[in-house]
Write a protein that binds this ligand. Sequence first.
Ligand code: F6R
Length: 628
Amino acid sequence: MCGIVGYIGYRDAYPILIKGLHRLEYRGYDSAGCALISQNNQLSIYKAKGKVADLEAETEGQDISGTLGIAHTRWATHGAPSAVNAHPHVSMNGNITLVHNGIIENYATLRQQLEKRGYEFKSQTDTEVLVQLIDFQKNLRQCSLDEAVRYSLKLAIGAYAIAVIDRNAPDRLVAARKASPLAIGIGEENSEFFLASDASPIAEYTKQIVYLNDDEIAVIERGQDLQVKKISGQLTEPVVKEVDVDLSMLDKGGFPHFMLKEIFDQPQVLRDCMRGRIVNNIYSSATGQAHEASLDVVLSAVKEHRRELLSARRFIIVSCGTSWHAALIGKQLIEHFCRIPVEVAYASEFRYSDPVICSDDVVMAISQSGETADTLAAIQLAKQQGAFVYGVVNAVGSSIARNTDTGTYIHVGPEIGVASTKAFTGQVTVLTLFALALGQYKGTVDQQEYQEVVQELTNIPEKIELVLKQNDKIKELAQKFVDSRNFLYLGRGFNYPVALEGALKLKEISYIHAEGYPAAEMKHGPIALIDENMPVVFLTNHHRRYQKVISNLQEVISRHGSILAIINEGDNQVKGMVKDYIEVPQTLSCLTPLISVIPLQILSYHVAVARGLNVDQPRNLAKSVTVE
Ligand code: F6R
């Protein structure tokens, strides 16, 4: 989704802005632009439909001087992707320039009012209304840029992160946020400041970062302390955080695409995710009994908040997309190990469904980006209604992380490919740790099973490595399906959410229609679709439901479905039934998703590559969905 970069300081802004835009490319966008104010107060604006590289081509041979600038990648909402609709937008008199993430919901009314006062508009965007409104307020009140921004935002309804500059105030950059993230990096002795939608464009310059809160406006000036005020006008003390982003994680590391790198990252990032959370234990924390060479799960958030968690009457997990699939697995884990009922809701539905939320409910939000607008709104609603809110988030310091009562980071590093891969396995790993830790406090986990699962969790990275070794075989199999129009993914129990996830991965990057189904549900309708042209990915590697899954497999074979089976190593029964299969190492039933999702990720990747598609930035998709 849209990305903002800004710079004010002593260096040339242009290279910093462009590099920053490249860092934000992963969010997904369809046009880009930048604005620079040069030493003689000249404002230069460049925009291009397409990629940041197209913007760079546009600026070739042009004046790109200036130590103050703002830049943007746009993901179209109001108005088609085009250079005209791309940001920055500029006020009619050419003085004020603005970039914006989010949506101004009352833009039509504001536009009408401004048009009545003689303002003319060039684009179809909601954003242009904001810049004209700021100009109008500035002239009306004869005030500073930041005050004009403040008065304008009081009139705007919706979500925004904005960066604004004025060629008549070349020492000032103004930024504001409501429900859309914005980070400000502070250079040495305030000599320069960096602004961005997340820390990745800032990290190589400074670790000192201030995350703006909702309804805050930042006034940024070279050599001055950062000033932050509320939309009410009241000054507030900015909280400076030390943020460490591993920049090597932002590169492809020799892989052709971020998605493939992130698939291959999984063994290591899952080790990182579990580090310090699975510990050797002499005394089991819950029972006080000595267990020889036993392992224990320690999650500090569960330990510190066990009172709220243990008194939960119910868990409600809110999330979207891939994170919602992880939630379906989390439900099975929490219900099994903690014996607490769990509901799973799409955040976008939950927030508008007038949900019954009780003060003894725990609402859990799962989000990779930590910025998904619907998930953020769902937890705000839950908090208003008195529920305790727990976050399972990847992006450190993100809005969801900051708005939850407590939580556990999945710590899998920045995920750049739009299709989520390592975040999914990180989420499932954390949900497993969470269920084990809470179940242990609750006394609902069988001790032998607890030890087996914790021990097996530590083996998972190695088992994923074995699946990754089959990359070439899966690539070969993928060629068979390049021209398929539809796919079915079938699984049961813990493999049912994996079937959904496999189908989502395929459709989002290869644009092939795919559906996931519980394998037994198929005969209640979808079985009518099955013939020799319908590829069916069958997840049979589930030992608890094995015989039942085999019966379902038989049903598809009888109707000549074209099957690709994911099977446990050495499963001669299925090998004798189907031509195409991928063998994966056996694991415990509840950990199956961590293994069986890997071949599905690899399969989607190779199908999309073979179809010549942009795997890392599929059409119409955004990495961080900051609009509802
Ligand atoms: C799919 C995908 C999306 C996200 C969804 C939620 O590959 O990435 O479905 O899972 O947009 O995003 P987060 O987890 O950032 O809240």
